[in-house]
Design a protein around this ligand. Structure first.
Ligand code: SAH
Length: 262
């Protein structure tokens, strides 16, 4: 679970056409092969939610709850974390097995949340938990309904899809967010050579290229200097920080960035 080496045979398993990728994920779930599964919610997201109440108030001014979404949610750790922090949370995965696993996990966690859902200080959210719902479907398709969210969290989803689908990822994120909504990206893996086959696909220099420059997400080595954002970019980066805590597989290089849909 704490491996920092992604399994070497994953890229080979996914060396198939674009329209067979989702089936390849479901196969792994059905075989019980889920080497990406860390068993806990993202520590970096836990800490960010606790530190930035200004950005992450889960309640609207009329008292209703904001809606949070996690695509490629796997076992459901992060949707549950968001629900425990007051959002009405939705998790999507293309694998039925993943969704069944996530539902079970949510049931036990909403009854008795584990400490990993909260910062090390033990500080608990001031808002009561929201609900959590899981949907089985393909992120890129509209079959699972028209939805608009206030917050979307991407961890190990962008790095799981084929680079050729990155533009579609941006377009879909934009469709799924309300204007002013937030896309939170745990940028991973930044240590992996972007030219190596994935998953996980190395993402150094990819988020800026996709979201601020409106490009196709080809990795760019900028050094310290990012080129200016495109004038018509659909997303504006509000912050990018190095989290104090993250999963070990990030090898101390993960970054967390928050993007606002303009
Ligand atoms: N975020 C989870 C799972 C990461 S693995 C975690 O950190 O544990 C990537 C997940 O995305 C897998 O569970 C896979 O089934 C799912 N997935 C891949 N392509 C998808 C798609 N097009 N739509 C929805 N889910 C997808």
């Amino acid at each position: 679970m704490d491996d920092i080496e992604p399994p070497a045979d994953l890229p080979q398993h996914f060396a198939r056409p674009a329209n067979e990728q989702e089936a390849a994920w479901s196969e792994l779930w059905d075989q019980g092969r889920t080497p990406w599964d860390r068993g806990i919610p993202s520590p970096a997201l836990v800490d960010l939610l606790a530190a930035r109440n200004d950005l992450f108030n889960p309640v609207n001014s009329d008292g209703s709850r904001k809606k949070a979404f996690v695509p490629g949610c796997g076992s459901g750790y992060d949707p549950v974390l968001l629900a425990l922090h007051g959002y009405d949370a939705y998790g999507l995965d293309v694998s039925e097995k993943a969704i069944a696993t996530a539902k079970q996990y949510a049931e036990s966690q909403l009854r008795t949340p584990s400490e990993g859902n909260f910062p090390l200080s033990g500080q608990k959210p001031s808002v009561s938990p929201g609900k959590v719902e899981f949907i089985c479907g393909d992120f890129f398709s509209k079959d699972w309904g028209e939805h608009k969210f206030d917050l979307i969290y991407d961890y190990t989803f962008l790095c799981a899809i084929l680079p050729a689908k990155r533009r579609d990822w941006t377009k879909r994120m934009s469709e799924l967010l309300k204007p002013g909504g937030l896309l939170v990206c745990l940028e991973f893996p930044l240590w992996r050579d972007p030219r190596d086959p994935g998953p996980p696909w190395g993402l150094r220099g990819v988020y800026w290229e996709l979201l601020a420059r409106g490009g196709d997400g080809s990795p760019r080595e900028y050094g310290d200097e990012e080129p200016p954002p495109a004038e018509n970019a659909e997303f504006k980066r509000l912050l990018r920080v190095k989290p104090e805590r993250s999963h070990k597989i990030g090898r101390g290089m993960d970054m967390i960035s928050v993007w606002q849909k303009v």
